[in-house]
Ligand binder design. Structure first.
Ligand SMILES: [Zn+2]
Length: 121
């Protein structure tokens, strides 16, 4: 399925990588909020740094799957979505911005900086 995709961001192995990345983002123990951040590069590998893009890709994959596989992966993604909504904060200004993705649930969360997240700055 991934190999047959004509979508640039859906490539062989992407489902496993996306799931891993989504889990990884949500995995630090504790109750401190997590902040999604932009990736430095738009290529399909680096783009997976942005967990919101990861969720977009999982959505693309889900739409292409046959029903049974879709149900299984969908369940997994839904459980991660629930954690994502718990561990990220709503962006109070999202409706004042003109971003085309503001209607998408996982983009309606406060964004952070990747370097702040790793303690580099
Ligand atoms: Zn890149």
């Amino acid at each position: 399925m991934e190999a047959l995709s004509t979508e640039y961001y859906v490539f062989p192995g992407v489902t496993a990588r996306a799931l891993l990345r989504y889990r990884d983002f949500l995995s630090p123990p504790g109750s401190r909020p997590r902040y999604p951040f932009l990736s430095d590069c738009d290529c399909r590998g680096c783009s997976l740094d942005d967990v919101r893009h990861v969720r977009d890709v999982l959505g693309m994959v889900l739409r292409r799957l046959p029903p049974r596989a879709r149900t299984e992966l969908g369940r997994l993604v839904a459980s991660l979505d629930a954690v994502y909504l718990e561990r990220t904060l709503p962006d109070p200004f999202v409706d004042t911005r003109r971003e085309w993705r503001r209607g998408v649930r996982w983009y309606r969360r406060l964004e952070g900086c990747r370097y702040a997240a790793t303690g580099v700055v």
